[in-house]
Design a protein around this ligand. Sequence first.
Ligand code: URA
Length: 210
Amino acid sequence: MSQHLTVVQHPLIQHKLTIMRCSDTSTAVFRQLLREISQLLAYEMTRDLPMTSTVIDTPVAEMEAPTLAGRKLALISILRAGNGLLDGMLDLIPSARVGFVGLYRDEETLKPVQYYFKVPAALDKRVVIAVDPMLATGNSSAAAVDLLKEAGAKDIRFLCLLAAPEGVARMKEAHPDVPVVTAALDERLNELGYIVPGLGDAGDRMFGTK
Ligand code: URA
């Protein structure tokens, strides 16, 4: 992917996102729409995957047919809200390998601290897609990408549902080599770190917590 930020302006995505933003949308509908949008975003994100070909027999003739080249993709969920995007992406790319990164914010330093990290082997040979629905301050996303790079990942992409300009700028500054794909670029962050207009706390809305 050549651009740093891609906002996928697809009517189906935009319509589904509008329903997700509404505060009276149920947990079940929110979860289902996130699953559907993640497939559409993943479709866009994987547009330039490397291809090779293989000779196959159709019932009619032999042909040289296109297939994906190289190792299976690695999908990395940034806990916990990343799991909502992961499910839909696995519908589309069922053979992908899956990893998890858990980070919390230290209340004193305000810096992200790792509490869980488990990723597929040979990360350096895979296209790695990190997923987190909300790119807000960008601090945890940038820290997650730091960890993936330390683990050897070279081709990293970042997929989110909503992005704030602050988060996009932070990612561009920390990781200019990591393209970001999102369904919408919202206005700003508020004083509590929520994306405005946003959709609230994505984790709470998909898991029904408060
Ligand atoms: N995380 C969320 O879940 N929502 C926001 O608006 C910002 C960060």
